[in-house]
Design a protein around this ligand. Structure first.
Ligand SMILES: [Ca+2]
Length: 463
């Protein structure tokens, strides 16, 4: 009866009594291959990300956030589906489509849809630019748009050689994904929204309009710090992830600085689109009732440990920008040093919106850290790259163990680039044991790599 009276008085005041209208909106920003070269994390002072900094200024930045998996397909599958690779079996980019591991209705957006939200998405939220249609009210049809602009091929790589002189902001899909989400932020209705904007850049090829290169003249570009002999103390299992040939090519062709320049330009372009989303929300009457979360699927190496890209368990490929704004919960401009991994997204968003968390969902609800970034936190962040290979990251250390038992241990607080593997130092034996206790006791099998299976079948047929 009380509820009915409330509804009637809302009518009298000229407001429509939409059920759930007090629920917070969610602006969910997913960025592809954006590493910790963003201003609030400060890993590379050359980077320009004024809008990501602006977001950090109104929220809480997690300075020790780690991906669940350092590859697009399994990272996104784990975050959006709520299952770690060792539970789902989705370990790598090539272990099948994420849809094979997640039934419609199990995903994060589906919970918001069921709770009465308007749920729309654009761009790369899941890998492969696709989604379960049942889990969204609407999704941007991206078929008219180009990922990289006219004339650019997927493998056109690391430098700006292929950038068309007249390439414009709106020639790239990300511009349109951003527009699509802005249009929905601006809608004047009372239904709460969950809007997911999946930005594809800075993913390769590093091709964005020319103006984004201008603040980064080639002669000013500095390489990240490296140490001669850094990789000499890596165990055999770790060496598989070094991709040395790619780095040699970079050196032979004198392209290291050019690649860094192009990555910085690509980040700067992405930051511009994030700024457009923030502008729209700032102007909206909904801004004080909208949660914002910015995350990236994993980090990226640019020559550290003589390697490039993601696909490894070290700090560069595993550390991920993660920033939250939750009105009434977070304090503007704060930082949390507590280690969290991106499995937190699903349970935390459910918790903040008062939506029941499905039973299959793992990961920690980090609401206590959103309220108090220095709150007691008992858990490390865990990253998995292939069955049996895991990193356990605390506020100060990283422990890596591979399927064959090989180990690495780094004192990140003293050795931020992980140059000195302390795994064989007896001083750390107890710490290693403590961190190893977080590793999964059982892991499901990895399905056969569908591509290599095709190849081996073709080979067998040829014979
Ligand atoms: Ca080393």
């Amino acid at each position: 009866m009380l509820f009915l009276m409330g509804a009637l008085s809302a009518f009298a005041a000229g407001k429509s009594p939409v059920v759930g209208s007090s629920k917070p909106n969610v602006l969910f920003i997913a960025v592809d291959d954006l590493n910790h070269w963003v201003e609030p994390l400060g890993r590379n002072p050359q980077a320009k990300t004024p809008n990501i900094q602006r977001l950090a200024d109104i929220g809480v930045t997690f300075v020790n956030a780690q991906c669940a998996v350092p590859a697009c397909n399994p990272s996104r599958g784990a975050i959006m589906g709520g299952r770690r690779p060792w539970v789902s079996g989705l370990y790598m980019n090539k272990t099948g489509k994420w849809q094979d591991y997640q039934k419609p209705g199990e995903g994060l957006s589906a919970q918001f849809l069921k709770a009465g939200y308007y749920v729309a998405g654009a761009g790369k939220v899941y890998h492969g630019m696709n989604y379960h249609p049942e889990e969204w009210s609407e999704y941007l049809d991206d078929s008219p748009y180009s990922l990289n602009g006219p004339g650019v091929q997927k493998n056109d790589g690391y430098t700006n050689d292929k950038v068309h002189p007249d390439l414009k902001d709106e020639d790239l899909l990300d511009w349109h994904s951003t527009d699509y989400i802005i249009e929905r932020i601006e809608r004047d209705d009372d239904q709460p929204f969950f809007l997911a904007c999946g930005l594809y850049k800075p993913h390769l090829p590093f091709v964005v309009p020319r103006k984004y290169y201008e603040p980064f003249p080639l002669e000013s570009i500095k390489r990240p710090p490296t140490k001669k002999g850094d990789i000499d103390d890596l165990p055999p299992a770790a060496r598989k992830f070094l991709s040395g040939r790619e780095h040699s090519k970079m050196l032979v062709n004198n392209q290291w600085e050019r690649a860094i320049q192009s990555y910085l330009a690509s980040i700067y372009y992405t930051d511009m689109n994030i700024g457009r989303l923030l502008d729209a929300l700032e102007k909206s009457p909904k801004k004080d009732n909208t949660i914002i979360v910015l995350w990236t699927d994993h980090g990226w190496s640019l020559g550290e440990k003589n390697r490039w890209r993601k696909f490894a368990l070290w700090e560069e490929p595993a550390r991920s920008p993660l920033i939250w704004v939750a009105p009434g919960v977070t304090t503007p401009g704060t930082k949390s040093k507590k280690p969290v991994d991106l499995m937190c997204l699903y349970p935390t968003l459910c918790s903040l919106a008062g939506i029941e968390r499905p039973e299959h969902v793992s990961g920690h609800d980090i609401t206590p850290l959103l309220k108090n970034p220095a709150a007691d936190w008992a858990y490390p962040a865990i990253t998995t790259h292939g069955r049996g290979n895991h990193a356990v990251r605390t506020e100060t250390h990283r422990y890596i163990r591979y399927a064959n038992g090989d180990e690495e241990l780094y004192h990140n607080a003293k050795d931020p680039y992980e140059w000195t593997n302390q795994a064989n130092n007896p001083e750390y034996a107890k710490l290693k044991e403590k961190l190893a206790a977080w590793l999964p006791k059982e892991e499901v099998e990895q399905l056969v790599n569908t591509k290599s299976k095709d190849k081996s079948e073709k080979k067998a047929k040829k014979k």
